[in-house]
Write a protein that binds this ligand. Structure first.
Ligand code: S3P
Length: 430
């Protein structure tokens, strides 16, 4: 699909529902004994995989227009399916679900998915789950198919060596059924949607510094979840709005949880114009997921340095930081982001080779990349490598480029955002 240079994006748009929060609503809904109503669940390939998975595990999911009602299997009552659960392309589902299944005593479950999911490591969850007494087998010790045999779990103090919300969330789900009080220490803050949702579900959960403590429960009492618009999807329009001359956009009801707005803080530091009422950092876990409208306008940019502590707060938006860096004055450097190598694709290689093919001056480093801003981008062809975020980055690059961009594999956008191209059209991009 080709994206020609645009003359300016304008208008108002509510981006699609948050993928992370939708996965968690689907899973915690299935773990609940009472029905959970979910407003604005994301309708995309990844989150459809979660609904199919929980159905296979015995949950009933009713889809009433915009609202879902999940009648859960219960915390300790997941049904053993008669075949492998297909997680599709969903890394979050692959990493979170075993936290629940590990405690289903006497039952076994196998998780498998597409070619990309089979390259994504699961030892990062298998090792700490084993420390709680779980029994898991992964292909070559590290990859899907992953088989989980339910066992009685014990609470453990975990000390993670990567700041990953997926690992933390998996262990917090296991904590719900483990005997005692589980702690999870992470090297720096990562997104905390699981903690907030568990707090709303009546779980005794708290944070002190980078350590989260959770006590086991008999049942979850979640009742309802309202999913805000996804800040990671909004980020593509923020980038387009800032880069394409003449743009002025309003993005409505976007989730502005502090652990998800690292990208907006980076854009502001680059002097990009993004107005909105962003949540402030708080020590305690708060129950709500705040939202704000974001007002975006075109303007010139300065390069910046993204430090390791900021990386988990902007992890999925770092490809867009690279794209912004191409247009900024001076250099833009991302450090401490080696996790990008184990996303839907190797995102360091995908971003560097992809943007270089469009004329960017960009180098890969072991743990990130360095871009020298040239004030613009020529254009050309970019391969999404089947990665939704690279596909959408390529499209935005095309709108802001001098000669346009052809994206190979644009259909990957359907993983998180099936209506992406239509929404660009709504904003007058073409
Ligand atoms: C996610 C966490 C992040 C992110 C992924 C979704 C989540 O992964 O990249 O797209 O929903 O918890 P890590 O926590 O492994 O960095």
């Amino acid at each position: 699909m080709r994206f020609e240079p645009a003359r300016g994006l304008s208008g108002t748009l509510e981006p699609p529902a948050d993928k992370s929060i939708s996965h968690r609503a689907g899973l915690l809904g299935a773990m609940s004994a009472e029905p959970v109503r979910v407003a604005n669940y994301l309708r995309a390939a990844d989150t459809r995989s979660t609904l199919e998975a929980v159905r296979a595990l015995g949950a009933l999911v009713e889809e009433n227009g915009a609202e879902l009602v999940i009648r859960g299997a219960g915390l300790r009552e997941a049904r053993e399916p008669d075949r492998a659960i297909d997680v599709g392309n969903a890394g979050t589902l692959l990493r979170l679900l075993p936290g629940w299944l590990a405690a289903q005593q006497g039952r076994s479950f196998t998780l498998d998915g597409d070619e990309s999911i089979r390259r994504r490591p699961v030892d990062r969850i298998a090792l700490p789950l084993r420390a709680m007494g779980a029994r898991l087998e992964a292909r070559e010790g590290s990859f899907a198919p992953l088989t989980i045999h339910g066992e009685r779990l014990l609470a453990v103090d975990h000390d993670l060596d990567v700041a990953s919300a997926q690992i933390k969330s998996c262990l917090l789900m296991a904590a719900l059924t483990a005997d005692g009080t589980t702690t999870v220490a992470e090297p720096s803050r990562s997104r905390d949607h699981t903690e907030r949702m568990l707090l709303r579900a009546g779980v005794e959960i708290a944070r002190e510094g980078n350590v989260v403590t959770a006590v086991n429960v008999d049942e979850l009492a979640l009742e309802s979840v309202a999913v805000p618009a996804d800040p990671s999807s909004a980020a593509f329009f923020v980038t387009a709005g800032v880069l394409v001359p003449g743009s002025r956009l309003l993005l409505a009801d976007v989730g502005v949880n502090w652990t998800r707005t690292g990208f907006l803080r980076i854009v502001r530091r680059m002097r990009g114009i993004v107005l909105g009422d962003l949540e402030h950092e708080s020590e305690a876990i708060v129950p709500e997921e705040p939202t704000s409208d974001l007002d975006v306008a075109h303007g010139s940019l300065e390069g910046t340095v993204v430090e390791p502590g900021e990386v988990p707060l902007a992890i999925d938006e770092l490809p867009l930081v690279a794209l912004l860096g191409c247009f900024a004055e001076g250099s833009t450097v991302v450090t401490g982001a080696q996790e990008l190598r184990v996303k839907e694709s190797d995102r360091i290689a995908g971003v560097v080779e992809g943007l270089r093919g469009l004329g960017a001056e960009i180098e890969a480093t072991e743990d990130g990349f360095a871009v020298t801003g040239t004030g613009g981008l020529r254009g050309g062809t970019i391969d999404s490598l089947g990665d939704h975020r690279l596909a959408m980055m390529g499209a935005v690059a095309g709108l802001a480029s001098r000669e346009g961009v052809e994206v190979i594999g644009m259909d990957a956008a359907a993983i998180s955002y099936p209506g992406f191209v239509a929404d660009l059209r709504t904003l007058g991009a073409f």
